[in-house]
Design a protein around this ligand. Structure first.
Ligand SMILES: C[S@@+](CC[C@H](N)C(=O)[O-])C[C@H]1O[C@@H](n2cnc3c(N)ncnc32)[C@H](O)[C@@H]1O
Length: 169
C-alpha cells in the first residue's frame, strides 16, 4: 500500500472516530482537549461536531490556519511534558474532560512513549464515560480506568484509529 493510501485510511478512521464520539457524547457537559493541534485540521472537525463545547489544544508551536485556530485562551503552547508539569493546568481540567484527542505522531521514536506519558499525566482529567481517541495504540495502565472499544462496523478502517472509554464510576 502506498503511503498516500495509508494516510487516507488513517484520516478516514480519525474522522469517523470523532463523529462516533460526538454521537456518544451528545448532551454530555465538559471540556474537549486535543494534544497535537498541528495545522488545525482535526480541531476544525472537532469544532464542527462539538459546536457548543470548549476545546483546548496543546502543541509545541502554533502552525494553524487562521480559519481553524483556537482562541488564545484555549491554546497551550510548549513541550507537552513541560506544560503538563504545571499544577495550574491540572487544576483547570481535573474531572472536567469528556473527550481527549491525541494526534501526536510524527513517525519518530518519541512516538513510542509520548501518548502513554500524556495519558499518565491527564487521566484524572477524564470524567466517567469520557472518550479517548488516539492515532497510536495505547498500552493501558489500570489507574487510568480505560477500556479499548472495538469500533468495527462504525468506523471505516477501524484498525487505524484507537478508541477508548473511561469506565463509568
Ligand atoms: C500529526 S500532527 C497533528 C495534526 C493535527 N491534529 C491536525 O489534524 O492538523 C502532530 C503534532 O504534535 C505536535 N507534537 C508532537 N510531539 C510534541 C511534544 N512533545 N510537545 C508538543 N507538541 C508535540 C507536533 O508539533 C505536531 O504539530
Amino acid at each position: 500500500m502506498s503511503r498516500l493510501d495509508s494516510h487516507i485510511q488513517q484520516k478516514l478512521a480519525q474522522r469517523d472516530s470523532i463523529d462516533l464520539a460526538a454521537r456518544w457524547l451528545a448532551g454530555e457537559d465538559g471540556f474537549i482537549v486535543e494534544f497535537g493541534l498541528g495545522t488545525g485540521r482535526s480541531y476544525s472537525h472537532l469544532s464542527e461536531r462539538f459546536p457548543h463545547r470548549e476545546i483546548f489544544c496543546f502543541d509545541r508551536l502554533n502552525k494553524t490556519h487562521p480559519r481553524s485556530r483556537p482562541p488564545a485562551d484555549r491554546l497551550f503552547l510548549g513541550e507537552i511534558t513541560q506544560v503538563l508539569a504545571d499544577p495550574a493546568v491540572h487544576a483547570r481540567f481535573t474531572g472536567r474532560v469528556i473527550l481527549a484527542h491525541l494526534d501526536l505522531g510524527s513517525g519518530g521514536p518519541e512516538d513510542d512513549v509520548l501518548p502513554e506519558l500524556v495519558l499518565d499525566r491527564i487521566h484524572r482529567w477524564l470524567r466517567p464515560g469520557a472518550v479517548v481517541l488516539s492515532d497510536l495504540d495505547l498500552t493501558l495502565e489500570s489507574p487510568w480506568q480505560l477500556e479499548r472499544v472495538d469500533t468495527t462496523g462504525q468506523v471505516e478502517h477501524a484498525d487505524r484509529y484507537y478508541v477508548y472509554r473511561r469506565r463509568a464510576g
